[in-house]
Ligand binder design. Structure first.
Ligand code: MG
Ligand code: MG
Length: 253
């Protein structure tokens, strides 16, 4: 069941999203060779709580961190720990916040120092796919319009699109209906309506789309060990079009 949100409720989600966006901005400043992912996790938790919000991932199905980290071939859901970032790495940081009972969810993948041209292209293309997907989140469009748009960007670049993990509705729960796949067909699926709030989150791989789960039962990696990138925003579908709720600015389409 898809739960539609009122403009007032979307405004509350926007507040949660603002805290999240500020947390991302702070972590981006900290990312550098030598820092551990646990240090990033602690900085995120401290800032989120200082704003009166809660890091929603902490304790979610037993997850130990406040953020998920994804270095190089890790797609998503890596556990923060003693691993130090190295020059040339890419690190995906996924964060969830709850403020006043409202969830926000957003991820970005960040270069550590100088990265290869191949990695730069992967990051730029995955982020572009997110924004092209967001632009399709218009009332009256179909869910498949978002999915197909994202998939087409990946295919043009020759990347694998992760199929085992998808975007999702979001609101008073982190995961609500509908699922938002990063692959699909234009004109298919449910009709997008004013008041829907969804997390759109392309995950692109340099090689195969297939992924494997580590023995920690959390960390998802590419099956071939090649790089993976992940970008995500929480987006509200409004009468005037899609409104990203997890940015620092006031982007509208
Ligand atoms: Mg996320
Ligand atoms: Mg998500």
């Amino acid at each position: 069941m898809i739960i539609l949100k009122s403009p007032e409720q979307i405004d509350l989600m926007r507040r949660s999203g603002k805290v999240l966006a500020q947390t991302h901005a702070k972590l981006r400043e900290l990312v550098r060779p030598g820092i551990t992912t646990l240090e990033l996790d602690r900085a995120a938790e401290e800032y989120i709580r200082s704003q009166g919000a809660i890091p929603s991932f902490k304790g979610y199905q037993g997850f130990p961190g406040s953020i998920c980290v994804a270095i190089n071939d890790v797609v998503v859901h890596g556990i923060p720990g003693s691993q130090r970032l190295e020059e040339g790495d890419i690190i995906g940081i996924d964060i969830g916040t709850i403020l006043g009972g409202w969830h926000a969810d957003s991820a970005q993948t960040i270069p550590v120092g100088e990265i290869s041209q191949e990695a730069q292209n992967l990051l730029a293309t995955t982020e572009r796919a997110l924004w092209e997907g967001i632009a399709q989140a218009q009332p009256g469009n179909k869910l498949g319009d978002i999915s197909a748009t994202i998939e087409e960007v990946a295919k043009k670049a020759g990347y694998g699109v992760v199929r085992d993990l998808v975007g999702h509705g979001i609101g008073t729960k982190m995961h609500e209906d509908p699922q938002v796949p990063n692959f699909g067909k234009r004109g298919r699926g449910i009709t997008l309506r004013v008041g829907m709030t969804i997390a759109i989150e392309p995950m692109f791989n340099l090689g195969t789309h297939r992924v494997v789960l580590d023995s920690d039962n959390w960390t998802v990696r590419t099956a071939d060990g090649k790089l993976s990138a992940h970008f995500e925003h929480t987006v509200a579908i409004t009468a005037s079009g899609p409104v990203p709720l997890t940015t620092l600015g006031e982007e509208r389409f």
